[in-house]
Design a protein around this ligand. Structure first.
Ligand SMILES: Cc1ncc(COP(=O)(O)O)c(C=O)c1O
Length: 395
């Protein structure tokens, strides 16, 4: 039977990460491919205790249907959490969502018609690219350097394409680990004052995973227009399986559209999970937990960089102050996409960098490495395998 699939799926493939996970059934393979927190960072005992407490206090309400606008106590505690990033929002300006991936989906649902122009950093998070493609966005890349997106290039692309949306990950970016400088954060927020129908999505799930240097205020902290939508997630700092994140939107009509869009997506995010995260925040234990995991992640990142320093000089890599990824650029002659199967045969995996670009089939000499979900020992072993692979292929 020839099923007539929606056009929105044209050219959209499954997530490269999820497909690579299928390759990784063999537990012997050391994976630098995912974007998972360390298993040791997931505190089943703490979550179990909080779940029991919130169910004992408020079980019937939590097990009943809830409000699309979110679990009211979480809106308060998450607004407080956002404040420490310089994002001054009221609880009623904040929408809890089922992972920040859902925020991206709802923002596109509210704003994009097929063919609408949208700008993304080059490279950018592949899960976001998948969402934008499903909404049939006309995607255009914006140039980046060591300090993140280049405001002049951003303005040039805004003038050239008149985009409805701009998607930025300013802190410890996925996939590069790079951070947008303070001056550029201000410049990007200022741009919105000149382009009055452009909306910026500021996706900031890594900002608290900092191992060196000083925290920077969010772009949203400099927004005078209400057109920066600030997303933060508890996936990387508490648990991705709980699927709890929130989006701050200070433009009431747009927020209402997000809520209406969410009604038809999942009615509301699970009450129990929202209440668990709320209890976690209210107990004041998040900062200690972040400090603990940051200590190990910092060591893991250091180990991976130490190993990369032993690679040939032509292998270039980022040196971030936090996050969970390093970005590697190989000489043009090396194809990281085709090398992946040889790598998995040798027992190591990564994500070929091509998947992070909106222009298909480009940048095959790049790759993303994740260090948060690999032990120091496995980082050493896996990186030695990668080095051997590169040497075998003429590096
Ligand atoms: C930049 C970025 N945004 C959003 C997400 C999705 O996170 P969540 O688990 O909150 O949906 C990720 C996950 O890797 C990410 O890296």
């Amino acid at each position: 039977m020839a099923l007539r699939y929606a056009k929105r799926f044209d050219g959209v493939t499954g997530s490269a990460i999820r497909d690579i996970f299928k390759l990784l059934k063999n537990p012997e393979i050391i994976s630098f491919a995912g974007g998972n927190p360390a298993n040791s960072a997931l505190e089943a005992d703490v979550i179990s205790q909080l779940a029991q407490e919130v169910l004992a206090q408020n079980g019937v309400q939590l097990l009943q249907y809830g409000q699309t606008e979110g679990y009211a106590p979480l809106r308060e505690s998450a607004a407080e959490f956002f404040r420490h990033n310089g994002v001054e929002v009221r609880p009623d300006e904040l929408l809890p969502v089922t992972g920040s991936q859902q925020a991206l989906d709802l923002i596109c649902k509210a704003l994009l018609d097929p063919g609408d122009a949208m700008l993304v950093e080059s490279p950018t998070f592949l899960g976001a690219l998948q969402t934008f493609k499903l909404y049939q966005a006309d995607l255009h890349p914006v140039e980046t350097d060591e300090d993140g997106v280049i405001p002049e290039s951003l303005e040039e692309q805004i003038r050239a394409h008149h985009p409805k949306l701009v998607y930025l990950i300013p802190t410890f970016q996925n996939p590069t680990g790079r951070t947008l400088s303070l001056e550029r954060r201000k410049a990007v927020a200022k741009l919105l004052e000149r382009y009055e129908d452009v909306v910026i999505i500021e996706d900031d799930p890594y900002r608290d995973l900092r191992y060196a240097g000083q925290a920077l205020p969010a772009i949203k902290a400099f927004d005078t227009t209400g057109r920066v939508l600030y997303c933060n997630s508890f996936s990387k700092i508490i648990s991705p399986g709980l699927r709890v994140a929130a989006v701050a939107c200070t433009e009431p009509t747009l927020l209402r559209k997000l809520v209406i869009g969410k009604q038809s997506t999942d009615v509301h995010s699970p009450n129990l999970n929202q209440a668990i995260v709320d209890a976690y925040l209210r107990k004041g234990i998040l900062m200690d937990h972040i400090e603990k995991i940051s200590k190990s992640y910092g060591q893991q990142m250091g180990k991976m960089q130490q190993m990369l320093a032993t690679f040939p000089e032509s292998v270039r890599y980022t040196k971030p102050d936090g996050g969970i990824f390093l970005w590697v650029e190989l000489p043009e002659s090396v194809n990281a996409t085709t090398l992946l199967s040889a790598a998995t045969e040798m027992g190591v995996a990564y994500i070929p960098g091509t998947h992070f670009y909106c222009e298909p089939d480009t940048h095959h000499n790049t790759m993303r490495l994740n260090f948060s979900n690999a032990s120091l020992d496995n980082i050493e072993k896996g990186m030695n395998k990668l080095k051997a692979l590169f040497e075998k292929n003429g590096l």
